[in-house]
Design a protein around this ligand. Structure first.
Ligand SMILES: [Zn+2]
Length: 160
C-alpha cells in the first residue's frame, strides 16, 4: 500500500531535466566531452578539442624527439664503449706480445747457460783426468817422494 503511494507521488512530481555540463579539462590534457549535441560539438568544446589535438601532437612530437635523443645517446655510449673495448684489446695484445718476447729471451738465455754449464763440466772432467794422469805419472816416476809428500799432506811424521 505504502509503496504504491510513493510511486504515484513520484509520478506526479514534475521531472526536472538536469542540464548536463560539457566536460572540458582545464589544461586540455583530456579530450572534451560535449553533452549539448550528440553528433557535433558546441563552440567551446570544439575549441577545446582543437587545443587538445594540438597539445597532443606537441606532446607526441616532444616524446618522439626525446626518444630520438635517447637513442642517439645510447648509440654514442655504445660507440664509446666499443672504442674502450678495442683500445683495451689492443693494449692486452701488446702486453701479450711483450710477455711472449720476454719469455722467448729467457728461454734463449736458459739454453745458452745450459750449454755453458755443459762445456764447463766437460772441461772439468778433462782437467781432473789430466791431473790424475799427472799424479799417477809422477808417483810411478818417483814413488818415495810421492809417499813423503802424501804423509806431509796428511800430517803423518815419517822418518826415513
Ligand atoms: Zn559542449
Amino acid at each position: 500500500m505504502d509503496r504504491r503511494k510513493k510511486t504515484e507521488e513520484r509520478k506526479k512530481m514534475p521531472r526536472v531535466k538536469k542540464a548536463k555540463d560539457c566536460y572540458r579539462s582545464l589544461d586540455d590534457s583530456r579530450r572534451p566531452k560535449c553533452r549539448k549535441f550528440a553528433a557535433i560539438m558546441c563552440g567551446p568544446c570544439e575549441q577545446a578539442d582543437a587545443r587538445y589535438v594540438t597539445r597532443r601532437a606537441e606532446i607526441l612530437l616532444i616524446r618522439k624527439e626525446q626518444n630520438r635523443q635517447s637513442a642517439a645517446r645510447s648509440r654514442d655510449n655504445f660507440a664509446l664503449k666499443r672504442d674502450d673495448v678495442l683500445a683495451e684489446d689492443y693494449a692486452l695484445r701488446q702486453e701479450e706480445y711483450e710477455c711472449d718476447m720476454t719469455l722467448y729471451n729467457l728461454e734463449q738465455e736458459k739454453r745458452r747457460l745450459l750449454s755453458a754449464i755443459h762445456s764447463k763440466c766437460l772441461e772439468r772432467d778433462w782437467r781432473m783426468e789430466q791431473v790424475a794422469t799427472d799424479i799417477s805419472g809422477s808417483i810411478i816416476k818417483n814413488p818415495d817422494e810421492a809417499i813423503l809428500y802424501l804423509c806431509q799432506a796428511l800430517g803423518i811424521v815419517h822418518e826415513v
